[in-house]
Design a protein around this ligand. Structure first.
Ligand code: ATP
Length: 249
């Protein structure tokens, strides 16, 4: 991995805080948008990220370690642009592919093939790039005649296959992987695993890996960041990060 100090910065968190507000119920949450008067229904606030700062260089493979609720998913969601910081700044340099919520964003009325084009446009690819991408996604997803059927006719496993195929075929510069992800049947999972490994081994790709498993982290990553209650508790080599995480269980 090219993680030298001179490598360009792929991701920077600059004093990032993400605060979620918890209300008594969804009705109160809705009305809070219009009125700042009635604060009684606000139960509490949670800092899912709390003054988080770090830099990840291009080509690094970094594991985020931490217990349930430590803030790992929230950090990833700010990288993929699903959610935004309440305070501070998140800077992302490069195209991001996320193996997280694979089935989000499909148009159910369109076919699988049409959805490949839709997603390609949304990513800012031009017609030639989409034309080059389409056969790769179709081949990896391996959905047979269903690729030309509306996505609403797909099983949930088939939707995940299409989502995964798109995410790994588009040659991302930054790959965000949640190991909890399970896609399709056993055979397809093995194919996914092999492809993720291939991408991770490409030294130009920056990889962020969320896991509870020390062995998976050690296998794929050279650096580990340990989070607890939204705060960075440790940042260093993967061996030291695992040792820290395991001694604070
Ligand atoms: N949309 C939300 N509204 C309110 N609270 C939230 C929301 N999303 C996350 N949280 C809270 O933020 C904190 C961090 O959650 P997050 O999902 O980032 O943790 P995590 O480290 O990914 O956990 P896990 O290992 O269980 O997936 C938790 O206390 C969680 O309850």
């Amino acid at each position: 991995m090219s993680s030298s100090a001179e490598a360009p910065v792929a991701i920077k968190f600059d004093h990032v805080t993400k605060t979620y507000k918890l209300y008594e119920n969804d009705r109160q949450r809705f009305f809070s948008i219009f009125s700042s008067r009635d604060k009684r229904k606000l139960i509490t606030k949670v800092n899912a990220s709390n003054d988080l700062s770090f830099e990840i260089k291009k080509g690094e493979a970094v594991a985020f370690l931490g217990h349930n609720g430590a803030g790992k998913s929230t950090a990833l969601k700010m990288i993929t642009g699903v959610t935004f910081p309440t305070k501070g700044e998140v800077i992302v340099n490069g195209t991001v592919s996320a193996l997280l919520e694979l089935t989000a964003g499909f148009d159910m009325a369109l076919t699988g093939r049409e959805n490949i084009h839709l997603r390609g446009h949304a990513m800012g690819l031009d017609a030639d790039e989409i034309a080059a991408l389409e056969p790769k996604v179709v081949e990896f997803a391996d959905l047979g005649v269903y690729i030309d059927q509306p996505v609403r006719t797909y099983s949930s496993g088939m939707k995940s296959r299409l989502g995964f195929a798109f995410a790994v075929s588009s040659d991302p510069e930054i790959l965000v992987v949640d190991e909890a992800l399970s896609v399709g049947d056993k055979q397809f999972q093995q194919k996914c695993f092999a492809r993720v490994r291939e991408i991770m081994e490409d030294e130009n790709v920056t990889v962020l890996f969320v896991t509870h498993s020390s062995s998976a982290a050690q296998e794929f990553c050279t650096r580990g960041i340990v989070l607890d209650k939204g705060t960075k508790k440790f940042d260093g080599s993967i061996q030291d990060a695992i040792a820290f995480y395991e001694s604070h269980e």
